[in-house]
Ligand binder design. Structure first.
Ligand code: ADP
Length: 633
């Protein structure tokens, strides 16, 4: 029998395949099963066309047989089979899949891992098999054919005996090596897992003999040392009907939940299930879930985002990251689209227009589901936001505000007046007619912010303040700048614009009168402060510390707490004094009569303001001494 060589380019590809230690070599089974399913589809379709009633998918199983002794794995289908010419055309040339042409057209060079990059169909079997035998009988013909190849050398085609139409592919599994445990492909347990994982939703039964054990029946003869009787069950391994292909009406909440937990290894029910069918420019079905709790590694580098990607019920990618933006990376689920080809690679996916369109549509859907949860199930939404709100905030911040429109309505911040988390929309809806700004305060906890001197007068005057307690909060607010054309203003910012004209006049006058005192204090404090000035934001507290410029005191804390930050960030401090507080009169008097005392008072007030603000003081001992000496006065 003449041995034919593979076409030159196929040979090269085959060579790469044989010597590859591609980590995902397990996908060969998916490829072969999907080929078998396609071939059965062709037969089924033709039978339907020809009025072939009575043909049932259940009668067209794809059977898997393992022979451990012979080290073979056989996949048999009852599909359309192949003629001799088809064998030559289909299995003699890899160019069919177009991968090599693509590789050359894009000048990718030889060192590119072509298997990782392209779906390679039938040839992927050479990653695990040293020899492959294909016996096939085309439907409607008498003669069956045998194709055999042990790799790069070439292949032979010969006649064969086979009564039923269809194809039987036998893989002679490679010997176990140090790098790769090929033996596992001879274990029904492994194969079953792979079928479940990749081919669960193939619409024909995938059957296998599975060895099981049972207890001996009463009176049954058995060797004493054998505790259980073993028997073989011929089982259908795949479930065949994709849950997502059922209608919402067919599926109860339970079914969604069970599917989620089984598929995505969560022990808790999801916070929300999203089932979407889209037809039009792109056609797809998506089944997505919002977990009730953030996975333990969610905010770490280890967490991998992505949705499973199916093409007509066949999984083509386990985690397609391109389908989810980072700010929605918490979403679990899958997308099934007939528009995607099976042989699509990671590389090609990135540029795939269909995929981009699907991703865009998913993003909108996720947002609208979150908003609906926010409106209709607030408690659940609050829990969601506790888990994943930080990720949404980071989305706004890391996109430099370009994702603001998309994400701003999803934010929740604790409100000083409502005493619970509120949306920006709710805040703006409650703003006083004369109120220009959305006020916020940043700090460690809402309890601490309630005690912050700067928030007291604003609250007293009936203004609502958003309490920001997450580290990136202030950066996020700054990158948003506006919400519904209202500017954000920190309670520590200059110009809070809450005094009436009379009050403003009075402040101006006092400030003028105290000019020399402030100059004295500034000189005494030196570089520790940029300015000492009069405050209009304080009610019962004598002093507060604020910052001038772009860096607030909160931001200084956050930035300096970051690892690898060698250059310390410094916010420009401003010491503000409350003219209504009795200590102000004491200070004014001391300045006129006793400069030494005025200097001590200045030190103590500055230290207090720093402590309240949580930025700490450089010299606690000097502070304590100053307090003592004032007390002893
Ligand atoms: P692809 O499936 O992407 O076309 P493959 O290399 O997997 O590429 O298969 C090449 C061709 O071989 C298929 O298109 C099909 O025509 C044929 N083929 C493979 N497996 C079978 C099978 N089990 N039954 C019939 N034809 C098959």
């Amino acid at each position: 029998m003449e041995k034919k060589e593979f076409k030159a380019e196929s040979k090269r590809l085959l060579d790469m395949m044989i010597h590859s230690i591609y980590t995902h070599n397990e996908i060969f089974l998916r490829e072969l099963i999907s080929n078998a399913s396609d071939a059965t589809d062709k037969l089924y379709y033709n039978a339907l066309q020809n009025g072939g009633a009575g043909l049932n998918r259940d009668d067209l199983p794809i059977n898997i047989v393992v022979d451990k002794d012979a080290r073979t794995l056989t996949i048999t289908d009852k599909g359309c089979g192949m003629t001799k010419q088809e064998l030559e055309d289909n299995l003699g040339i890899i160019a069919n899949s177009g991968s090599l042409a693509f590789k050359e057209a894009h000048d990718l060079g030889d060192d590119v891992d072509i298997i990782g990059q392209f779906g390679v169909g039938f040839y992927s079997a050479f990653m695990v098999a040293k020899k492959i035998v294909v016996v096939t009988k085309p439907v409607g013909e008498q003669q069956a054919w045998r194709w055999e190849s042990d790799g790069a050398d070439g292949y032979t085609i010969d006649t064969a005996d086979k009564t039923e139409n269809g194809t039987e592919i036998t893989l002679y599994i490679k010997d176990k090596t140090e790098d790769e445990d090929y033996d596992r492909y001879l274990e029904t347990y492994t194969l079953r897992g792979l079928i479940k994982k990749y081919s669960d939703y193939i619409r024909y039964p995938i059957t296998m003999d599975i060895e099981k054990s049972r207890e001996w029946e009463e009176g049954e003869d058995h060797p004493e040392e054998e505790e259980y009787a073993t028997y073989v069950d011929h089982e259908t391994v795949n479930s065949m009907i994709p849950v997502w292909k059922k209608t919402k009406a067919e599926l109860g909440e339970k079914e969604y939940e069970e599917f989620y937990k089984g598929k995505f290894n969560d022990y808790e029910n999801p916070a929300r299930c999203i089932h979407q069918n889209v037809e039009g420019a792109v056609t797809y079905t998506a089944l997505m879930f919002i977990p009730a709790r953030a996975p333990f590694n969610y905010y770490s580098k280890d967490y991998e985002k992505g949705l499973q990607l199916y093409s007509n019920g066949v999984m083509i990618m386990e985690k397609c990251a391109d389908l989810l933006p980072d700010y929605f990376s918490f979403v679990k689920g899958l997308v099934d689209s007939p528009d995607l080809s099976l042989n699509i690679s990671r590389e090609m996916l990135q540029h795939d227009r269909q995929l981009k369109a699907i991703a865009g549509s998913l993003e909108k859907k996720i947002k609208s589901e979150l908003l609906s949860m926010q409106r209709n199930d607030r408690e659940k939404y609050e829990a969601f936001f506790k888990n994943f709100g930080l990720q949404i905030k980071l989305g706004i911040y890391s996109s430099y505000g370009t994702k603001k429109d998309l994400l701003e309505d999803l934010l929740l911040y604790y409100s000083s007046s409502e005493k619970k988390p509120v949306t920006l929309d709710e805040y703006v809806g409650r703003m006083k007619e004369s109120q220009k700004y959305i006020y916020y305060a940043c700090g460690e906890s809402t309890a601490k912010l309630d005690l912050l001197p700067q928030t007291e007068l604003l609250r007293d005057k009936g203004y609502e303040i958003l309490y920001l307690t997450d580290e990136p909060d202030e950066f996020v607010i700054k990158s948003m700048h506006l919400y519904k054309e209202k500017e954000f203003r920190s309670v520590s910012d200059a110009g809070l614009d809450m005094e009436d004209e009379g009050e403003q006049e009075e402040i101006k006058k006092t400030a003028e009168d105290s000019k020399d005192l402030f100059a004295f204090m500034k000189e005494h404090l030196g570089d520790s402060v940029k300015e000492v000035r009069l405050s209009s934001r304080l009610k019962t507290h004598p002093v507060c510390l604020t910052a001038d410029g772009n860096i607030s005191l909160e931001m200084e804390k956050v930035l300096n707490a970051m690892p690898n930050n060698n250059e310390k960030i410094h916010a420009e401090r401003v010491l503000e004094l409350n003219p209504r507080h009795p200590i102000f009169a004491v200070l004014t008097k001391a300045y006129a009569e006793d400069r030494e005392k005025a200097a001590k008072l200045t030190d103590v007030l500055f230290a207090q303001a720093s402590l309240i603000e949580g930025v700490g003081i450089d010299d606690p001992v000097a502070y304590a001494n100053a307090v003592c000496s004032l007390l002893a006065d």
